[in-house]
Design a protein around this ligand. Structure first.
Ligand code: TEU
Length: 558
């Protein structure tokens, strides 16, 4: 009998430190703030805290642009604060993962400063430089935060590559000295006792050396470079090397952030026999509705599409790797606003999303505030946004695509990353209990109705539904081990699946609709036991279930 790895039983909670809890009144969340909330996280029943980057950074992209990988961002605290956080978390039985951002550094990192000021230095090759082609850009690939991926370095006449902002130059993973610097840095944090890594954009490390032009992006002069840098030729070699050199020597969990992967490719990254990562985040469900202007197009999504994507990952990765389960993170709008119904059915639809997610196979990730059913924010104007992707996006939509002043705020409201980054709601007090100073980004005014203090006091809250569902999940090995079968795949409003293992079978049903509906229970479930229900009542008659809007139930069959 093989032992179950601990991370297969774990529930992860993502903390975005800047917006979680401020302890010193400067308006920015910090590590001592996280320490003060460990008891809260333990009460929720999670096992692992993933901290978005806490390292020194000029904050062009809120810490995803690192200028010193071994130092804590002073706004967040000191290394001693981090060590205290780690020790106290461990005392509470909680593990801590950090964010590994090594596709790029900050342009303020001493490596890049040296590479730029002295083209002869060995640090030059830590980054990716190209001579102009026909007097211009080496390729017309579009950067994630707008504009081309190449920035001209006037002094040397060469361009450097930045897949994200110009302040995030890409590191050159082809250089073995760079790779070993990174491995040494990883050992530094693992020797302090951290329990895992979330690896930022890890499938972008290996660029196709041909640097071929991409397909044109309509309405722009730029092209799509994705096929030339996602899941590139050396990526598995690098990850196997990282595993062999560092990861294998520690008891840590790893999750790679990998846009544009299929379950087959996900298996290459996460099959245990390949010694790369434990699991990856795919983006297929959160990319639903993206169009010509990417996320800003915010097209409609349908439930059959959503089900098909999630079911495919459940079935095709079973026994061939391991799934990461998520709706929310710091880059996504709030799921209750996107996939639920945040106006009239906020509480039931937030609970429904919890049920659907937590009964699937894989390691679930809950993002701060998701457990309260926090919603998207409706800022009055573009000036209230802080995220560079949103600000650059708004500018491009206005200047290059002629979007007007009604359409742009609507797009930001629907899809901006800042929807997830407004301060956490703790209480009904000043700034929702986040800070005694002026928060770095506006607080969502609905904190008077949605906050942790009230949620913990109300047994019917979204929070208690998360707590109970996490506990239930942990008590049922079938959730960890069982097979997955999607039922009624084409049904427009019903998300139903069965998990089976040995004699145990669970039916999970979620009703994504404002109307009532009905569902004939499959064989073996008509007189089963209802083990979870997001509403207080339930109607079953002659094997037929009547479903209320956004109702979610789990039935254990016999
Ligand atoms: O995001 C990687 C990524 O692929 C982004 O393009 C993501 O799809 C986008 O933010 C969604 O709008 C990671 C981090 O999670 C993100 O916060 C960083 O900005 C980015 O890498 C660069 O480090």
């Amino acid at each position: 009998l093989s032992q179950v790895p601990w991370w297969q039983d774990a529930v992860v909670y993502q903390v975005y430190p800047r917006s979680f809890q401020d302890s010193d009144g400067d308006g920015v969340g910090d590590l001592r703030g996280v320490i003060s909330r460990l008891a809260y996280l333990q009460r929720l029943g999670i096992d692992v805290i993933w901290l978005s980057p806490i390292f020194a950074s000029p904050n062009d992209d809120n810490g995803y642009d690192i200028s010193d990988y071994r130092a804590i961002l002073p706004e967040f605290g000191t290394l001693a604060d981090f060590q205290e956080l780690l020790a106290k978390a461990h005392d509470y039985g909680l593990k801590v993962m950090l964010d590994l951002v090594v596709n790029h550094s900050s342009d303020q990192h001493p490596w890049f400063v040296e590479a730029r000021t002295d083209p002869q230095s060995e640090k030059r090759d830590y980054y990716i430089w190209k001579k102009p082609v026909d007097g211009g850009l080496p390729t017309r690939w579009q950067a994630y935060f707008g504009g081309p991926v190449w920035e001209l370095d006037e002094a040397s006449g060469e361009y450097y590559l930045h897949l994200f902002s110009p302040h995030q130059p890409d590191l050159n993973w082809e250089n073995p000295a760079l790779r070993h610097e990174i491995y040494g840095m990883m050992r530094f944090w693992m020797d302090l006792g951290i329990d895992g890594w979330r690896m930022d954009t890890i499938n972008m490390l290996s660029k196709d050396p041909a640097y071929l032009e991409g397909d044109p992006i309509p309405g722009t002069t730029l092209t799509n470079g994705w096929p030339h840098f996602l899941n590139g030729p050396q990526i598995h070699t690098y990850l196997q090397e990282m595993h062999h050199e560092v990861l294998a020597h520690y008891d840590v969990m790893t999750v790679g952030e990998t846009p544009e992967v299929s379950p087959q490719v996900g298996s290459l990254y996460s099959h245990p026999a390949r010694h790369e990562l434990n699991m990856v985040f795919h983006f297929e469900h959160v990319f639903l509705g993206d169009g010509e202007r990417g996320k800003w197009s915010d097209g409609p999504w349908t439930l059959p599409e959503l089900k098909q994507i999630l079911a495919r990952w459940q079935v095709e990765l079973h026994g061939r790797g391991w799934n990461s389960l998520y709706w929310d993170n710091h880059d996504q709008p709030r799921a209750v606003s996107r996939f639920g119904h945040d106006r009239d059915y906020r509480v039931p639809s937030a609970k429904l999303l919890a049920t659907i997610l937590l009964f699937m196979q894989g390691t679930p990730y809950i993002y701060q505030g998701q457990e309260l059913g926090m919603t998207n924010v409706k800022f009055e104007s573009v000036e209230h946004y802080r995220d560079l992707e949103s600000l650059n996006g708004a500018k491009e939509l206005r200047e290059q695509h002629g979007w007007d002043d009604a359409r742009i705020p609507a797009a930001l409201h629907a899809r901006s990353r800042d929807n997830a980054r407004t301060p956490m709601h703790w209480t009904t007090g000043r700034n929702a209990g986040f800070s005694s100073g002026t928060p770095w980004i506006g607080v969502n005014p609905n904190f008077l109705q949605i906050n942790a203090e009230q949620a913990e006091a109300d047994p019917d809250s979204v929070w208690h539904h998360y707590r109970r569902t996490i506990a239930l999940r942990k008590s049922l090995p079938v959730v960890r081990d069982g097979t997955f079968e999607l039922l009624a795949a084409d049904h427009p409003t019903l998300f139903a699946y069965v998990r089976r293992s040995g004699q145990t079978q669970l039916l999970v049903i979620g009703h994504f609709s404002e109307q009532r509906g009905s569902y004939v229970l499959p064989e073996g479930f008509a007189d089963g036991e209802v083990i979870s229900n997001n509403l207080t009542h339930l109607e079953v008659q002659d094997g037929e279930l009547t479903l209320q809007p956004y109702q979610a139930v789990v039935i254990q069959g016999n």
